[in-house]
Design a protein. Sequence first.
Length: 146
Amino acid sequence: MTAHDPGKTPGTTIAKRLLDEARAAARQAYAPYSKFRVGAAVLGGDGAIYKGANVENASLGLGTCAERVALATAIADGERNLVAIAIACVDAPENSPLAQRMPCGACRQWIQELAPEAEIFILGENRSFRIHDLLPMAFSLEREKG
Ligand SMILES: [Zn+2]
């Protein structure tokens, strides 16, 4: 399964459904400090969807992002073919800059390792992204091909 048919935009059914799941996941966020709830939904190759939300901690550096929770949930369930990820920053102000709704650097590194081929959808953005564009020359322990 792919995130959507080649050549189509994120407006396709799967992209919309994944963004809806990410928006729903954000309702479960534990974000008492930032009040900035984020949800993520990862699509597995067999069509399963794995959700995550940000989880903060009073020791602020220990919080984790929705993207990493969703990715870890998929991996913990045995999923290894991650074809898409949707991210919903439901508390971002309307018309907020895209940079405020994009995955952070740590999450980009996780996506690079666990879902390198995944199409990335951002709530409110009418296009999709690929990790090689968001994290060029990424750190990896894999040998270079070629
Ligand atoms: Zn992050």
